[in-house]
Design a protein around this ligand. Structure first.
Ligand SMILES: [Fe+2]
Length: 470
């Protein structure tokens, strides 16, 4: 069978050379987080019904939405891809295998099929992006970095789509604590492709982990006016900007960002729920009155109850349903995760345990929450997400310890949450200074204010903390 090659020289079934150009444009749009990509893909599939990777990509996208209601639809695309298997290439067969495993909840096989593709075809952009993204939601940061790095040497600046592997490299490096290298990769990606939201996101994480809220604010603010043109992922960039503003004590602006950009209306998107709940609880810990905003988040959490497949969403659902006073939905959500755990769903056991702990926090059962959460705190990141997102547990634990007047525990936890930021000698020095400030503090509001930031880089930020101590 005659097959044309894609832009990176990989034989691709079912597309002629003109259609391959449309496919390449579609991949660029997809990895630039532009809206309307699925419609373009449907149009291409209507013209090219033998495009096996097109059906797989459609299935991947639906599964990426992370909703149980999407599984049946993804399975239909899988069936269409399977019907083309007799004429598919080996690489395409592995993609079909990966989607098949994903639809059936066999996560290990899903990951392995994608790794098998990259082992032999490191220029498979879809496998590269899909695998690094999926590993983000497993919390397996070394494997995420390994996946990005192993395929890396095959790419050169002349390879079409080169900038789309720089972003995942940058992000994986950042999560592994290699902030300087991560910054280099992110900036290179943004130089090649200024609209690359994933590279910008990696850069935001570098600033977050370095405690450089001013540089983070600047990097995001400078381009935020463009984000309306991107898909829902943009909400997470707004969340990062809000964290930088929270670190600077600009609480009113954070609330404004929440209303206008982060959660303007109830949303079924798991990332929106995570962003919203984790931001509101951070504000409340700082004593900010968030008004009736929880009601909006709780409404979304109830509407999508039992639907979420991204398990890191679970503790956020619990916070929203509790704060939004929906006790029945909260109980049903807890029971749902327990049932998923019994049914053998990956991560659901940890998800159910963490959710039960967070429910105790939400009910004001501080001591019981701390007992459970302290046992779970090194297991919880296996639900995936970044260090910055996982800081939610540190925030809740410090708050609970302060409510119990347990200053030694609060101080210990405050220091503990800085550990993954200590990646160079300068950071250790700042840690020494910060630890001293923590030890000197005795007022709960001063200790709580330290949760606004990680390990502040700007001398002004440390001075603010010192001033509070006086
Ligand atoms: Fe992030």
């Amino acid at each position: 069978m005659m097959r044309f090659q894609d832009a990176r020289g990989l034989p691709t079934s079912g597309l002629d050379s003109t259609q391959l150009q449309a496919y390449e444009a579609l991949l660029f749009a997809l990895y630039l987080y532009q809206p309307g990509v699925q419609k373009q893909l449907d149009e291409l599939l209507a013209q090219a019904p033998g495009f096996v990777l097109g059906y797989v990509l459609r299935g991947y996208s639906i599964m990426t939405d992370g909703l149980r209601s999407g599984i049946a639809q993804a399975a239909r695309y899988l069936a269409q891809a399977q019907s083309l298997l007799p004429s598919a290439t080996e690489r395409e067969r592995l993609h079909v295998q990966a989607l098949h495993a994903w639809v059936e909840g066999r996560w290990a096989q899903r990951m392995q099929a994608l790794e098998d593709i990259l082992t032999r075809w490191p220029l498979d952009l879809v496998a590269y992006r899909q695998l690094t993204a999926l590993l983000f939601w497993t919390g397996d940061k070394p494997r995420q970095l390994a996946a990005a790095t192993q395929a890396w040497p095959a790419w050169t600046p002349q390879t079409p789509g080169y900038s789309f592997v720089l972003g995942p490299m940058a992000f994986a490096l950042e999560e592994a604590g290699r902030f300087d290298l991560a910054e280099d990769f992110a900036k290179q990606a943004l130089h090649d492709q200024p609209h690359d939201l994933w590279a910008l996101h990696a850069l935001a994480h570098v600033h977050e982990m370095r405690g450089d809220s001013l540089a983070g604010d600047q990097a995001l603010s400078a381009v935020a006016h463009r984000w309306k043109a991107f898909n829902l992922f943009r909400g997470h960039l707004w969340w990062h900007l809000a964290l930088f503003r929270l670190a600077q004590g600009r609480d009113e602006e954070v609330l404004e960002l929440f209303d206008q950009e982060i959660f303007p209306a109830p949303s079924a998107f798991y990332l929106d729920l995570q962003n919203a709940a984790s931001l509101l609880v951070r504000l409340e810990i700082q004593g900010v009155n968030v008004g009736d905003r929880w009601a909006r988040v709780a409404q979304a959490a109830e509407q999508t109850m039992g639907q979420h497949l991204v398990v890191f969403t679970a503790p956020h659902q619990i916070l929203a349903l509790s704060r939004g006073a929906r006790p029945q939905a909260l109980q049903a959500t807890l029971t749902g995760w327990q049932q998923d755990a019994k049914d053998g769903m990956m991560q659901a056991q940890t998800g159910a345990a963490v959710s039960a702990a967070v429910a105790l926090y939400a009910q004001g059962e501080w001591a019981s929450f701390l007992t459970l959460m302290r046992q779970l705190r090194y297991e919880a990141p296996s639900l995936g997400a970044s260090h910055a997102q996982n800081d939610i547990y540190g925030q809740l634990m410090v708050d609970a310890a302060l409510r119990l007047d347990d200053l030694p525990l609060a101080k210990s936890l405050l220091k503990e949450r800085l550990v993954n930021r200590l990646m160079d000698a300068a950071a250790w020095q700042r840690y020494q200074d910060m630890a001293q400030l923590i030890e000197q503090a005795s007022a709960p509001q001063v200790l709580r204010s330290m949760l606004r930031q990680g390990l502040p880089l700007a001398p002004s930020a440390q001075q603010t903390v010192s001033a509070l101590l006086r």
